[in-house]
Structures are given as C-alpha cells and as structure tokens.
Design a protein around this ligand. Structure first.
Ligand SMILES: Nc1ncnc2c1ncn2[C@@H]1O[C@H](COP(=O)(O)OP(=O)(O)OP(=O)(O)O)[C@@H](O)[C@H]1O
Length: 261
C-alpha cells in the first residue's frame, strides 16, 4: 500500500482576472522509504503541490490519502496528530523560523506541541536530534541567524524528524546551499531515509540532484504531469517535450562524476 496517494489534484488561481490551473489533474503515489521528485520549470506547480500535500493550502478538487486515511477530511486534533507524520523543509529556513529564536527553541517546539516528550526530557531529546543531524550539542544556545546556512538546514531537518514523520516534503531544500554543503545535506537525507525509513517528496529544479537522490520522478508542465517514471530512466531518455528541454538545459548531466557533490 502506498504511503501517500495523490489523486486528480487541482488548484486554480486568478491571473489578470481569469482563473488558471496552477495544478491540474495531478496524481502520483509515494511508497514507504521512497523518494519521489517533482521536477519542472519555474511556475509549473511544484510548490503549490507541496503546499497542498502539507495542507497549507486547500485544493479545489482531488483526493490525498496519507497513511491510509483521507487526509483532506481530517480536522482539529486528528489533523494535528496526522500532521506530525508529514513534515516540510523549505528552501530558506531563515524565512521559516524566527531568526532570533535559539536552536533549542526551534527544536523544543515540535516536541512540546506534539506532546513527544515531557519538559524534563526535552533537552536530552534536543541533544539527540542535533547529534542525529551531525551538529554539536553546543549549538543549542545560538540564535538561528547566527549559524551558517548549512547548519540552519540541518536544524530544519532535525525539526522535521523530531515528530518521527513517515514523509518529509522538501521544497528546494538544498537549492540555496553551495555545492559541497549541498552534497553533505543530501548524504544526511539519504542516511535518515535508510535508518528511519522516511519517504521524501523532493522538489527541485536540478535534475542532477534528482538523479542522485530520487527513485522516481514526476515532470510537471504548466500544472500537469508531462511524464513520470524511474528517475534515472526518465532523465536518461525523456519522452515529453518539457522533459527533453529540462535535460538539455542541464549540461552537467552529461558528466559521469558524482552529481550531488
Ligand atoms: N497565491 C497565488 N496567487 C496567484 N497565483 C499563484 C499563487 N501561488 C502561485 N501562483 C502561480 O501558480 C503557478 C504555479 O506556482 P508554483 O510556485 O507552484 O510553481 P513552481 O513550479 O514551484 O515554481 P518555482 O520553481 O518558480 O518555485 C505560477 O504561475 C504562480 O505564479
């Protein structure tokens, strides 16, 4: 059974007074511990899908089944409980967190809000989370704005895994990082997936990164699925016009070196 099943999802916005479909009849599934990438040009609907799946936005139509429940039908306490199992990491953690908050505060919040651990136990949990993402426990008193971009993204990942999610939505989560830091964060994500069987909905405009981390890929064009399949197969031999254009626009795909580093 799939972990996440998205069926016939649609979301319309208005542009110049006229409605247009930002997401149009999109369907896909993600299995446990699987990485599904969403690729596509700017404006193709990737972030809108991420926000719909995370229930930060409500779709106009369609269905989302998550862990065997009708996710769109949940509200109140049942939605909060299920949300703990589906977390998000954004491109810019400075925008996602209060930059003046301490690392300890950012990691304490999900443990408290979701009742994961009593107050006395939380400092130990926070130290364990920091260790899990390769950071020193000495960082806890530092403010988010004081640490490096790579450290911030590790904190965002630590925060996401604090509630033991089965699915993490990563929206351009490594795009703003420089190449060596990006490689380390991708390694961390792969390691977490192996150890904790986390599935990822991995949104990226970078086919090199997608080829390095994703099992399957869905290529979007103007809100619709242009093609989908095994990530390496699709990237090696795209069938759709937009898939061919994206591959042609990524010259480093021609190289055989490690794409992620
Ligand atoms: N709140 C909104 N109101 C109106 N239009 C919107 C809104 N949010 C997104 N859009 C439009 O919906 C379309 C899809 O946007 P979305 O951000 O999902 O694309 P994307 O593939 O994530 O793009 P990018 O790679 O540039 O982030 C775009 O045309 C965008 O301008």
């Amino acid at each position: 059974m799939s972990l996440l099943a998205v069926s016939n999802l649609a979301k319309h916005y208005r542009r110049g007074g006229k409605p247009f479909a930002a997401v149009d009849d999109v369907s896909f599934e993600i299995g446990p511990a699987e990485t599904l990438a969403l690729a596509g040009p700017s404006g193709s609907g990737k972030s809108t899908i991420a926000r719909l799946v995370s229930r930060l936005l409500e779709p106009d139509s369609g269905r989302i089944d998550f862990e065997g429940t009708d996710f769109l039908a949940l509200s109140g306490a049942r939605l909060r409980a299920r949300r703990a199992r589906l977390q998000m990491v954004f491109q810019d953690p400075l925008a996602a967190f209060n930059p003046r908050a301490t690392v300890a505060r950012v990691l304490d919040d999900p443990l408290r809000v979701h009742g994961i651990a009593p107050r006395a136990e939380r400092p130990r949990r926070i130290a364990a989370l920091l260790e899990r993402v390769g950071l020193d426990a000495g960082l806890t008193a530092r403010a988010i704005h004081e640490i490096s971009g790579g450290q911030r993204q590790r904190i965002a990942i630590a925060r996401a895994i604090a509630t033991r999610p089965s699915l993490v939505v990563l929206d351009e989560a490594v795009s703003a990082l420089d190449v060596s830091v990006r490689g380390q964060i991708l390694e961390l994500l792969l390691d977490l997936q192996r150890q904790e069987r986390i599935a990822y909905l991995f949104i990226s405009h970078d086919l090199g990164v997608i080829r390095a981390v994703a099992h399957r890929v869905v290529i979007l064009d103007a809100g619709r699925v242009a093609e989908s399949g095994d990530a390496r197969t699709v990237i090696a031999s795209p069938q759709s016009a937009i898939g061919k254009a994206l591959v042609a626009a990524t010259p480093k795909l021609g190289r055989t070196s490690q794409d992620a580093s």
